[in-house]
Structures are given as structure tokens and as C-alpha cells.
Ligand binder design. Structure first.
Ligand code: PBG
Length: 321
């Protein structure tokens, strides 16, 4: 008989044998930005998360940084009247995200800023690419994604993070960054599955597709090897960091990616629906919030993620986890 219980006798012993520990530097904290001033708009479906105007974002960042979080991911949220068929608001050099990045970098130059590069936040139809008839066209979307990345990079983003799931998007971004001599890195949303867990985000970002779904460009969750191939392609196209998304229900993909590409930093996105289910489950007394999140985030790290995008980052530190 092999005796295992000796590793679990008391808290100190359990701590000693724990070989996975989530820490604050693993986190990338998402922010939704809106135009205007003095705007702090709580998002009903994402309890504890608000949309901020840039002035309020700068105030909130003081707290975030004081908590030890050093990486953030920005999403621009604009009103419908500013959206058009081709997502022009996204690649305006004076876009909401660009103005936010410049303001952040001026006040907090050491904060590592990631920006989401996609069309869905800026198109009237809410799809992640250009429409040709009723389908999302791959190749005509690439130059637009590259333009969004370019203005974000010029504003001072450390990483641009394309999430549109168009083939060749990493190559398109890398080419324009190189051509402009920008050192901005690319975090590729590589294995991004078409998931039922993005609902609260689309509400937060006003980016739900006005018709159809995203199944023709985001991955089918019945595929496994394809996730690895998507990551491989993005690395070959020059992505510095790669991502698996969602996280909690995709631990197998995270594990495979970390084993297959040990040298490439791997990010996992605990997405809005995953966060909201835990949060709401805790609220109605089904689970303990702190312990539930700690377990979930630890599992994501145990699977092999080097970094975790999570709406829980601030609470994690606040609650002393
Ligand atoms: C934009 C984008 C989405 C998310 C991140 N970037 C929504 C989508 O693909 O529909 C989801 C993030 C979350 O659910 O927290 N394409």
C-alpha cells in the first residue's frame, strides 16, 4: 500500500506539496471602455465589472496597479450610431481605444497594455469580419484588422490581440507592424472556439451578431487537433504569445498546447460566461465564491496556462487568495 494521506494531514503540509499556485502576475485584467466623462456603467450580466470612460478608467487603474496587476486588455465599446458596415471606428487613429492607450501609457508607462483587435465591436452587423452577401469574407477583412492593429500599436499598445478568427490574420498584422518598424507584439487568439459562454461579453461590448452566429469562423468545439493546428499556424505566422479560449471547459486544449509548444507563452481566457456562472452560482449559495474561483483558476494554470485573462483578477487579490 502506498500512503498518500501524509501529504494532506494539515494546511501547512498541503501547502508544502502543492505544486501549482496562481499568482497575481499571471493575470491579464479586461476593461471595457466607453466615450464620455464620469462614466462608470455596471454591467448587469457581469457582476462586479463596469464600463469606464477614460477618465474613470485612469482612476480605477490606480487600484488595479496597487493590487499588483500589471497587465490589462482593452475593449472599445461604441454606440450603434458610430458603427458602420466596415467598422471604420475601429481603425481611426483617434479611436476610443487609441485615446485610452495614450492616456494610460502617459500616466502608467509600465503597465502592459493589450488591445483586442476585431471588427465586431465596430460593425453595424456585429460580425468579426466584412460581409459579402450574408457571409463573412476572410481575405478582405485582413487589411482592416491590420489597420486596427496599426493604430493601436502607434498609440503605444504593448500587445495587439486579434480575436476575429480570420485565417492569416497574424501574418497580416505582423507585416504591417514590421513595415512601420513597430515592436508591438502579437497575442493571437489562436484556438478560439465558437462558444455558448460569450453571452455576457456581447452584452457588455454590444457586439452580438445581428443575424446568424460565428460558427463559420470561430472553431467548432467538437474539434481537438484543429486547435493545435490553429496555434501552430499562428506561431508560424509570427505570434509571440498564443491563446486558448474559453478556458474552464477547454482544459484539454490548454494542456495539449502547453505540451506541444512549451516555449511559447500560453494565455487562457476565463470568459464572461464562465465568470458569470461562478459568480451567480455563488450568489445563490450553490458554491463558495472565493474557493470556487480559486479552484477554477488553479485548474486553468495546472492545465498549462502561463497567463489567465479573468474578470476575477481584482477580487482574487482583494480577497487575499
Ligand atoms: C471579440 C471577442 C469576444 C470575446 C473576446 N473578444 C466575443 C465573441 O467572440 O463573440 C469574448 C470574451 C468573453 O466572453 O469574455 N471577437
Amino acid at each position: 500500500m502506498k500512503r498518500f494521506r501524509q501529504y494532506r494531514t494539515d494546511a501547512a503540509t498541503r501547502d508544502k506539496y502543492a505544486d501549482v499556485r496562481v499568482s497575481v502576475t499571471d493575470f491579464i485584467y479586461p476593461y471595457f471602455i466607453v466615450d464620455g466623462e464620469n462614466e462608470v456603467q455596471p454591467i448587469k450580466t457581469l457582476k462586479g465589472i463596469s464600463r469606464f470612460s477614460i477618465d474613470q478608467l485612469l482612476i480605477d487603474l490606480k487600484e488595479t496597479i496597487a493590487l499588483g496587476i500589471d497587465k490589462i486588455l482593452l475593449f472599445g465599446v461604441i454606440t450603434d450610431d458610430l458603427k458602420d458596415e466596415v467598422g471604420s471606428a475601429g481603425y481611426d487613429p483617434n479611436s476610443l481605444v487609441c485615446r485610452a492607450v495614450r492616456a494610460i501609457k502617459k500616466q502608467f508607462p509600465n503597465l502592459i497594455v493589450f488591445t483586442d483587435v476585431c471588427l465586431c465591436e465596430y460593425t453595424s452587423h456585429g460580425h468579426c469580419g466584412l460581409l459579402k452577401e450574408q457571409t463573412v469574407d476572410n481575405d478582405s477583412t485582413l487589411p482592416l484588422l491590420a489597420k486596427i492593429a496599426l493604430v493601436h500599436a502607434q498609440a503605444g499598445a504593448d500587445f495587439v490581440a486579434p480575436s476575429a478568427m480570420m485565417d492569416g490574420q497574424i501574418q497580416a498584422l505582423k507585416a504591417i507592424l514590421k513595415q512601420q518598424n513597430l515592436t508591438t507584439k502579437v497575442l493571437a487568439y489562436s484556438a478560439k472556439y465558437s462558444s455558448n459562454f460569450y453571452g455576457p461579453f456581447r452584452d457588455a461590448a454590444g457586439s452580438a451578431p445581428s443575424f446568424g452566429d460565428r460558427k463559420s469562423y470561430q472553431m467548432d468545439y467538437r474539434t481537438s487537433q484543429q486547435g493545435i493546428e490553429e496555434i501552430q499556424a499562428d506561431i508560424e505566422e509570427g505570434a509571440e504569445w498564443v491563446m486558448v479560449k474559453p478556458a474552464q471547459t477547454y482544459l484539454d486544449i490548454i494542456q495539449r498546447a502547453s505540451v506541444t509548444f512549451p516555449e511559447v507563452p500560453l494565455v487562457a481566457y476565463q470568459v464572461s460566461g464562465e465568470y458569470a456562472l461562478l459568480k451567480n452560482g455563488a450568489e445563490v449559495g450553490l458554491i463558495n465564491e472565493e474557493q470556487g474561483f480559486l479552484e477554477s483558476l488553479t485548474a486553468i494554470k495546472r492545465a498549462g496556462a502561463n497567463f489567465i485573462i479573468t474578470y476575477y483578477a481584482k477580487d482574487f487579490v482583494r480577497k487575499g487568495l
